[in-house]
Design a protein around this ligand. Structure first.
Ligand code: 13P
Ligand code: SF4
Length: 379
């Protein structure tokens, strides 16, 4: 241990390597000097450790033990999807909360903002959304002439359906000068009664750019509180809505994560409750969090949004460490879509199948107004 400086089973192999190098040196008549031999020994150990670290990193971010044949099967299905995509003229959009094997075969990946902007530039006849229902609806509104499909028809967002249009119309009738700002995570039916739409990356900018001083922000009161803090000049009214996944994280979870990783920076989504996001080093949208982690010189991060983001970041930056803020931030709806759903939809599109988003022209025009207003205000 005096020479090798550590204990454990690995020491047996280290000692053997050390002895081998020493014997080699003396067999060469001492031509290879002692310090050089030690240097060679340490180089081999460092290389081995970094190899081991890469393997451990991969192990940490895989949720289940993936066997070799599973990986081959994933690659095989991915290859078939790429072929079907070409044959059936499909553009695949995937939200960043989707699993890695889906993100890998997507044409466009990103947060709600990026998907809604990029969806407008797509030239393919068919768009396949890997995400939740409101995202596919938004893609359809922005591409009314295209066929838009949702990979898994059961994938909805509970927050998007939390408020009834009738309730919002009642508030509007009581306060006609209060403009209604809705998060993009809303149904088309709710968007129809709102004035402007926002995403988590554009919310503060849009609200600041609006003419109105009196605002009703729906449905997420946590994102709303974040906007309210950034726009103290506005009178912002909030209702009790929000993302059950992000809002499940408590201040105690945050304290526990910080205690476990005291050197890590905490990056949080504004859908978390204020008591949590107030303790973060950075609060921003999904892509804001990813950009911050990419550009920061820090080596450790606690990720306060859907756990896929920590996974994607860990693959992209193996030299940094990413920890999840809480095991609770796993969106079951985002995780409903599987690679097989994507494959079956791509196959179905060629045979008149797949779950297609159907909206009348009137539904599209009335709900799209607030998305157009977001784009006009610089979103
Ligand atoms: P963003 O993609 O806008 O960051 O929103 C996160 C989210 O919860 C999407 O459902
Ligand atoms: Fe909806 Fe929250 Fe899931 Fe996003 S993470 S889809 S807001 S439930």
């Amino acid at each position: 241990r005096d020479v090798l400086g550590s204990r454990g089973l690995g020491d047996v192999y280290k000692r053997q390597l050390y002895t081998l190098l020493m014997n080699l040196s003396s067999a060469m008549g001492g031509m290879v000097q002692m310090p050089l031999t030690k240097c060679l020994y340490h180089t081999i150990i460092i290389w081995y450790k970094s190899f081991g670290k890469r393997r451990n990193t991969e192990r940490r971010i895989c949720f289940s033990k993936v066997e070799r044949h599973d990986l081959d099967m994933i690659k095989d299905v991915q290859k078939k999807i790429l072929q079907l995509k070409k044959e059936n003229d499909i553009c695949i959009l995937a939200h960043s909360y989707q699993a890695k094997e889906i993100v890998e075969i997507a044409d466009i990946t990103g947060d709600s903002y990026k998907l809604s902007v990029e969806a407008q530039k797509v030239s393919n006849k068919n768009i396949l959304m890997c995400g939740v229902h409101f995202m596919a609806e938004a893609a359809k509104m922005l591409n009314p002439d295209k066929n838009v499909y949702l990979a898994n028809p059961s994938a909805g967002c509970p927050m998007a359906e939390q408020m009834e249009p009738e309730m919002i119309e009642m508030i509007k009738a009581q306060e006609p000068d209060r403009k209604v700002v809705c998060y993009i995570n809303t149904t088309a039916a709710l968007k129809r009664v709102c004035d402007v739409c926002v995403t988590s990356s554009s919310a503060v900018k849009i609200v600041k750019n609006m003419d109105a001083d009196k605002i009703l922000f729906i449905p997420d009161c946590n994102l709303g509180a974040f906007v309210k803090k950034a726009c103290p000049e506005k009178d912002i009214m909030l209702l009790q809505g929000g993302c059950p996944v992000h809002a499940s994280v408590t201040k105690a979870d945050m304290i526990a994560a910080k205690t476990a990783h005291p050197d890590a920076l905490v990056l949080c989504h504004p859908e978390c409750i204020p008591a949590v996001s107030e303790m973060a080093d950075y609060v921003g949208s999904t892509s804001g969090i990813m950009n911050f982690a990419a550009e920061s010189d820090a080596k450790e991060f606690i990720i306060g949004t859907e756990i896929s983001i920590a996974e994607h970041l860990q693959y992209r930056f193996p030299e940094k460490e990413f920890y999840i803020l809480s095991k609770k931030i796993l969106c079951p709806n985002m995780k409903l879509t599987t690679l097989m759903d994507v494959y079956k939809t791509c196959e179905g599109i060629g045979n008149g199948g797949g779950f297609e988003i159907k909206m009348t022209d009137e539904e599209i025009t009335s709900a799209r107004k607030c998305i157009d207003e977001m784009i006009r205000l610089g979103g």
